[in-house]
Design a protein around this ligand. Structure first.
Ligand code: C5P
Length: 245
């Protein structure tokens, strides 16, 4: 199959496996179809950074889904370390405030230019999708709907120099309207109609997410749990291609 590179750039594959060996197998099998591999905290806290070195060796880009939240100086230094580890994407909580976000961008860009890499894509997590309106209002005492607050925090992230946000496909359109089309939106919770739902509640199909303006789609079990992973990926490509046309 001729791989469409425009689509490939949009595909972020979640390496949600238990061991480095399993992650390496997934990377070897799917690297031609994947723009960015995503390493999350569950994998990282079990396995450390060996898989980072492997991805660097083979020239695969990766997203460290680390969700930083700390004082600005600590976040700045951690951000620089993340870039030195080889990641070209990472994220932080917009709830850390503008100064924390600005320092993160500064630390990351300094480290990138030190090692001769292009500027990283730094994404904000706004309101976690596990937080409902009622948790936001009653537990956290934030008197807004989750959707409105997502947009507020996305704007703050943009003003602080971030590249975009991690958000549900159901929020993507509003974020693009508020922050402009160049502000990136990376969407998890993606399921083609033919795939298993798992524990995700609000799921979007790849074509829905693309039509709502998503720049990147996080693909996890829709591919990793499929019997034929390459075939599952090819079906997702076909769906995105149709949505883009
Ligand atoms: O297998 P699945 O497609 O559900 O994987 C989704 C990936 O995206 C996981 O790595 C998960 O941690 C991440 N994620 C998510 N929902 C969010 C934020 C991140 O599923 N709201």
């Amino acid at each position: 199959m001729n791989i469409n590179q425009e689509i490939r750039k949009k595909i972020v594959l979640a390496l949600d496996v238990d061991t480095t060996e399993e992650a390496k197998n997934l990377i070897r099998e799917l690297k031609d179809y994947v723009g960015v591999f995503k390493v999350g905290l569950q994998f990282y806290t079990a396995n450390g950074t060996e898989v980072f070195d492997f991805m660097k060796e083979i020239g695969a880009e990766f997203f460290f889904d680390v969700k930083l939240l700390d004082i600005p100086n600590t976040v700045k230094k951690a951000s620089a370390n993340i870039i030195r580890s080889g990641a070209s994407f990472y994220n932080l909580h917009a709830l850390g405030g503008a100064e924390m976000m600005r320092q993160s961008v500064e630390g990351a860009n300094e480290a990138a230019s030190e090692i001769g890499k292009k500027s990283p894509i730094i994404l904000a997590v706004t309101v976690l999708t596990s937080i409902s309106d009622s948790v936001l209002n009653n537990e956290l005492e934030i008197p807004h709907s989750a959707l409105d607050y997502v947009v507020t925090l996305a704007k703050l992230a943009k003003e602080s120099g971030l590249s975009g946000v991690v958000a549900s496909a159901f929020e993507a359109r509003k974020i693009k309207e508020a922050c402009g089309k160049d502000f990136k939106v990376l969407c998890p919770g993606i399921r083609p109609l033919w795939s298993v739902k798992g524990d995700q509640k609000r799921l979007a199909t790849p074509s829905f997410a693309i039509n709502e303006g998503a720049d990147y789609l996080v693909i996890g079990r829709a591919v990793t749990a499929a019997e034929d992973r390459v075939l599952a990926m090819q079906k997702i490509y076909a769906e995105i291609e149709e949505a883009l046309n």
